[in-house]
Design a protein around this ligand. Structure first.
Ligand code: PEP
Length: 253
């Protein structure tokens, strides 16, 4: 059986200046000193990436970006390329976060292009999928449609550079968390989909996170589920102490 390395990722969304980012990193790093066997990632806004990258040189705490453009260069006012992210020290990028999909018009075609450009540039990608409350009864259809379209053209080798995050949209920033059982059920469905569209080895190796109001108080029971390999954390990732507590919950599994 493949041992999947857990990942705890903090998506800061539109929070923190470069100065505040520096303060956060300086507070968090000592709390991670004894963390081994877990990947820990912060995902600040673009304007903090350069400062964060300098502070994290040689450290195991990793850096990611919240989005990327699907072209590598050119006349795309306001957009950021994979090359720029890598130059800041990013090793990860989020693709298809529900806020990008719902508020900024990233449809599955755009998500697939972003995923491809990220992987071509040797960034690891976290592909977010999930259903709204009204789609909850049709969760399997929604997620398999997203996976089918978003992973177009991705072969089994490239798939190893992707982490999937299952984020029910009704649980993001709402304080409502999927129960560990519901999260486990959907995530194991995603793993079965990978097995049937790639193979069993790809499915067993695929790291799949849960996201949606993860907090220190509920992290342990979610991370204890056999198919949940970590968490994508929003609100609770903005405070170094609560983020470190979620990392601790992953260590205790
Ligand atoms: C997220 O931003 O991906 C997220 C899950 O946010 P929150 O933890 O605040 O629900």
């Amino acid at each position: 059986m493949t041992m999947r390395r857990p990942l705890i990722a903090g998506n800061w969304k539109m929070h923190k200046t470069a100065e505040e980012t520096e303060r956060f990193i300086k507070e968090l790093l000592p709390k991670l000193e004894n963390v081994e066997d877990i990947d820990v990632l912060i995902i600040p806004p673009y304007t903090s990436l350069d400062r964060a990258g300098r502070l994290l040189q040689g450290k195991s705490l990793q850096l990611g970006a919240q989005d990327v453009h699907y072209e590598t260069e050119g006349a795309f006012t306001g957009a950021i390329s994979t090359h720029m992210l890598k130059a800041c020290g990013c090793s990860y990028v989020l693709v298809g976060h529900s806020e990008r999909r719902e508020l900024f018009g990233d449809d599955d075609t755009i998500v697939a292009r972003k995923l491809n450009v990220a992987l071509d540039s040797d960034l690891k990608a976290i592909l977010c999928v999930g259903e709204t409350l009204s789609e909850h009864d049709l969760v399997e259809e929604k997620i398999t449609r997203q996976l089918t379209q978003d992973l177009t053209g991705i072969d089994a080798m490239t798939l190893t550079k992707i982490t999937i995050a299952y984020e029910p949209i009704w649980a993001i920033g709402t304080g409502k968390t999927a129960t560990p059982e519901v999260a486990q059920e959907t995530i194991s469905m995603i793993r079965r989909w990978i097995a049937s569209h790639y193979d069993e080895a790809a499915a067993q190796g695929m790291r799949i996170l849960y996201g949606g109001s993860v907090k220190p108080a509920n992290a342990k029971s979610l991370l204890a589920q056999p198919d949940i390999d970590g968490a994508l954390v929003g609100g609770a990732a903005l405070v170094a102490e609560s983020f470190a507590q979620i990392v601790d919950a992953a260590r205790l599994q």
